[in-house]
Design a protein around this ligand. Sequence first.
Ligand code: BES
Ligand code: ZN
Length: 460
Amino acid sequence: MQKLEEFIAANRSAFEQDLCDLLRIPSISTDRQYRGEVRKAAEWVADQFRSLDLETEIIETIGQPLVYAETPPVTGKPIALVYGHYDVQPPDPLDEWVSPPFEPTERNGNIYARGATDDKGQMLTHVKSVQSWIQSLGKLPIQVKFLIEGEEEVGSEGLYDYLESAAAVKKLNCDIVVISDTSQFARGRPAITYGLKGIAYFELLLTGPKQDLHSGVFGGAITNPANTLCKMLASLIDEKGRVQIPGFYDDVVPLSDRERAQFSDLPFSERSFMEQVGVDGVTGEAGYSTLERRWARPTFDINGMTSGYQGEGAKTVLPARASAKFSFRLVPKQDPTKVAEALREKLNELCPPGIVVELQEMHHAPGLVIPLDSPYMDAAARAIEKGFGHSPVFIREGGSIPIVNTFADKLHVDTLLLGWGLDDDNTHSPNEKFSLADYHRGIKASARLWQELSRIEPSA
Ligand code: BES
Ligand code: ZN
């Protein structure tokens, strides 16, 4: 262990350089223009594995390529599958970045760049820990497989399709999945996440007259698609924060008293939460605390809206079209397809004369909770304690990692969500960052995890 720790300590700056190299690649999966860059990131990750002499493969999919690698098998020991993603969200609004999103810059012990925490930095901790084992001790105490994808931020379509094949399921055979793509509870309070929300994402397009019209000449007599869009979206949620789609809450698993008590025992300050995001008050579903709303209650958010004149000054126009992107975050047992059907029906009912509704279903995934009583959870908790100097708290989170459910269904294994990020890392926002101290603690915790997992007898 000492040799391993020394190696990790001696390579801090090399590990940081590698992270910066990956962060310089603008692998934005949602934008077709960046396809080449996405592939470059896949190649970069594959090269990391190749340089460690791991069996490495770039697997083509119907979408972006997967990077697969594995260390040699270790008989009688569990197999861990590390999943992560090398794609990132678009960096806009660009003018709000202090330093350019794809020029990683260090400030106050943090590295600032798109993808720093989500997920390049977090994912790389496992690559670096495996590198450290190999280069200091020669080999790992268990077999570690890597599956790093390039479409997580847009719904993982290529990976879903890949997992349909029996050969893929066989190749990915493992005892536990390990993912670092979530957050710690707070600075200095590492966490294991045992619940994530699901998602159902839509784009709604309303079409009215055949072209934009003079709003004085035609206004009041022609249905305005922008007005209609506002009305329709507003009617999807009431003033108590309850989603107004028939049947939406039918399958929601209520929070148990025990879980509510556990949440409220966590040292959460609403005041610092408000300060962090820069608001002077919070709202949400009536009867629930902020943590309950964020972690365990379904929500509705408009993600973007477009209609009419957006240029400088005023233009009196009645727009021909209006559209919105919006999504529901779901909790376990809610079925995204059922939500989509009920939504479609509701929007059709709400549609006034003079407007044509088109609803496009984008990606969706169900929510999940992971059982806490497993030897794998215990092993992860011990590894985190060694890497971070504190034992982890157990939390749920509001983000989604769509493929986790499929790992459970197809590979019949649980997932360890070991997040090294922080809530104020500006994920999906301007000035995304990752604490370099957490990067190094993550590498240490990951290195310890392989050892802790090697003490578990895998089930046959
Ligand atoms: N890393 C996030 C998910 C996350 C963030 C989980 C913070 C817990 C805490 C992930 O990369 C992500 O953003 N996923 C998308 C999935 C969606 C596009 C299907 C999300 O949650 O919006
Ligand atoms: Zn992520």
